[in-house]
Design a binder for this molecule. Sequence first.
Ligand code: BGC
Length: 253
Amino acid sequence: MAAKTTRAVGVDIGGTGIKGGIVDLDKGTLISDRVKVATPEGAKPQDVLTAVEEVLGTLGISDDKIPLGVAFPAIVKNGRTLSAANVSHDWIGFEAEKFFEDGLGRDIHFANDADVAGVAEVRYGAAQGREGVTLLTTLGTGIGTALIYNGVLIPNTELGHLQRAGHKRDAEAYAAYSAMERENLDWEQWTKRLQWYYDYLEFLFSPDLFVVGGGVSKHSDEFLPLLSLKTPIVPAVHRNNAGIIGAAALAAD
Ligand code: BGC
């Protein structure tokens, strides 16, 4: 019988950075440095592929002996990217998984970035062993969501694009971490926007747990205590590494 894979590589493509690492799948932790390069201007497919090659080169991954998962900020269905909120429109209806497999000359597993972060938190983090509905949100350039029921992911929920009645901007344009940076909001001003967002999610999904990921989750003490919700809300244990860890975990399945 073949030995169980205990390591895999995860690469998380984001609006501003492309991050990668080698993951211990028993523990759900990084066993390499976390390598990061800037997301190329415009985030077109070929440029993103070149950046991913650079990350893999720095990690010393040159063959296909170790599974590779790639997370991307768009709807991903059967290896195709179907949306492009913060990346080039070239990705809409694009055979992304095949493009990366051809370019890298190896198998990969391609999935939505928030979904893989949800998988990481279910397997190794804040949602481990939780029954009922867990809703993970990543607050970054956009807002990503992962809906999990009794440990099972319901993929591609895209709740960052909920519309706000009477407003032009959707939820992510109003309440992502990038909105706070763009508009120089302080924690209190930004949290008012998050309050609207989580109230709305709570009303729509009656979750049992909210998990908050994305880079800003390392500052969760600044904003989570200011929120008033019926549902417990906790930071992602793996914070900004959840995408890398979840992508790696799915690739090894
Ligand atoms: C995209 C999602 C993604 C999220 C976080 C949104 O703009 O539509 O697919 O998960 O950003 O990156």
